[in-house]
Unconditional design. Structure first.
Length: 113
């Protein structure tokens, strides 16, 4: 059974940076489109970015130019580099095997001074 485990969240000041990681168990990672989502308090879970098996990426308009999604298939790991963070980026960040019900447990990101 595939499991996803996120890490790297924390408290950061506006304008700061964080890098999230998502490690997948099993052998399906390299065959899967992967995604990052986030859920702000009291709001729905929204798609942040996706990355294809070949490394093609897509981003939500709200994070374009600030966030970078990447993957290392040899390490079964996906990353989200987040720069120029804003208070509105606060939320729980989840990784997912895209278009499946396989999700990580989430990691909290708080952007506050």
């Amino acid at each position: 059974q595939v499991q996803l485990v996120e890490s790297g969240g924390g408290l950061v000041q506006p304008g700061g940076s964080l890098r999230l990681s998502c490690v997948a168990s099993g052998s399906v990672f390299r065959l899967s489109v992967m995604a990052w989502y986030r859920q702000a308090p009291g709001k729905q879970r929204d798609l942040v970015a996706t990355i294809s098996t070949g490394g093609n990426t897509n981003y939500a308009d709200s994070v374009k130019g600030r966030f970078t999604i990447s993957r290392d298939n040899a390490k079964n790991t996906m990353y989200l580099q987040m720069n120029s963070l804003k208070p509105e980026d606060t939320g729980v960040y989840y990784c997912r095997i895209y278009n499946t019900n396989i999700w990580g447990q989430g990691t909290q990101v708080t952007v506050s001074s």
